[in-house]
Design a protein. Sequence first.
Length: 400
Amino acid sequence: MQTLSQVTIASLGQRGEGVAEIDNQRVYVPFSLPGETVEITVEGERGHLLSILEPSPHRIDPFCPHFGVCGGCQLQHLDRPSYDAFKIGLIENALSHAGITTPVGALIDARGAGRRRATLHARKTGAGYMMAKSHDLLDIDRCPILVPALASTPEIARGAYAAIGGDCDVSFTASATGLDVAIRTEKKPRNDRLVTFAQRFALARLVVNGELILQAQQPLIRVGKSMVDLPRASFLQATEAAEEALSTLVVQALAGTKSVADLFCGMGPFALRLAETMKVFAADNDKPAILALEKAVRNTRGLKPVTAMTRDLFRDSMVPVELAPFDGVVFDPPRAGAEAQAHELALSKVKKIVAVSCDPKTFARDAAILIGGGYKLQSVTPVDQFAFSTHVELVGVFAR
C-alpha cells in the first residue's frame, strides 16, 4: 500500500539513492539528494519522488533528457565536488569496514569520449534501457554517455528486433575496425535475415547466441603499441580513457621491476604495456583472450619476453614457489575479487603488488589478506570510468 509523505533526505546511500527516515524506518528515494525536502509516495522501504520542495545547493541539471526515468545512470544531478566525494566515500567505507586506514587519493576522471561498450534491450515497444527500478523498457533515440561510434545503437537494436523477429538483447563494442555486435535471444532466427541485417549496418562482426553469423572485419583494439584481436565475449574496460589511466598507474607502480606476473590478465592491457620495459608472465582462464595476447606479442616489435598461460586462478592460484621468480605482481580479477590468490600472495616474497579492482568491498577484503601477510597498502587511487553510476574502479599499491 502506498502512502504520501513529505520528508527531508538525510544522506546518500551506496546505490546513489537519497535516504530518509519515516517512523524509524529507512526509506530509499532515487534521484533525491541530502538536505532536500521532497514529496514522495512510500511503499515498504521504497520511495518514489513526486516533487522537490526545497532542492539541495549541490543539485545540478542533468545533461540527458532521459535521466530520472532511465535506470542507466544514478548521479547526473549531483555537482562535481559532491560526486567525487561520493565515489571516494564508497572506497573509504569499504576500507574502514575492513579495518584499513590508508588514505584514498583524488578521483581520476576516466570518462574520456564515453563508454565503448553498451547493451540495449530490443522489444516491440522500441530499444533502449530498462526504466529505473522497473522491468519496463524505455525507448531512446540516443545515449549521451556512449562514444560517438555507438550513437546509432538504438536504431541498430531496432533493426536486430526486426531481423530476429522478436525480443533480444544487443551488446555493442566500438572497435578500431567497426562495431562488434552480440545478440542474445530465445528466438531461432534465420541466418539470411541476420546476414542482411549485419550488412545493412556495416557491422564488423555479428554473433547470435554465441554463434558467429558474419565477420566482415576482425574487431581490433589498440593496446599501447599493439593491435589486439578482440575475442568474442572477452572482458574490455568500459572506456578507452580508463584503460589508459589504469595502465599508467600500474606501469608507474611497477617501474624498475625486472620480472612481473600479470594475473587475471585478459587480453593484455597491462601485460603489453609492461612488456615495453620488463619481462612478463601473464595468466587468465579466458583462452581466447590468451591467444589474442600471444598473437599481439608476436606482431609487436620491441617488447620484452612475454609468456602467457591459460589458467583458472580461482581454482588453481599461483603458489609462493611459482611467484618466487617475480619481483612484481599485478592482478585485476572480476568483481568477486581474488581471495584465494590473495592468500597465496600474502605468503609470497614478491616485493611489489598492484591490485586493480572494480569492487571496493572485495578489494578491501583482499587487501586485508595481503596486509595480514606483511604487506603495506601504500596508496589507493580511484578511477571513474563508470560515470554517473554508483560503481568505481581503483588501483591499490602494496609493498613488502
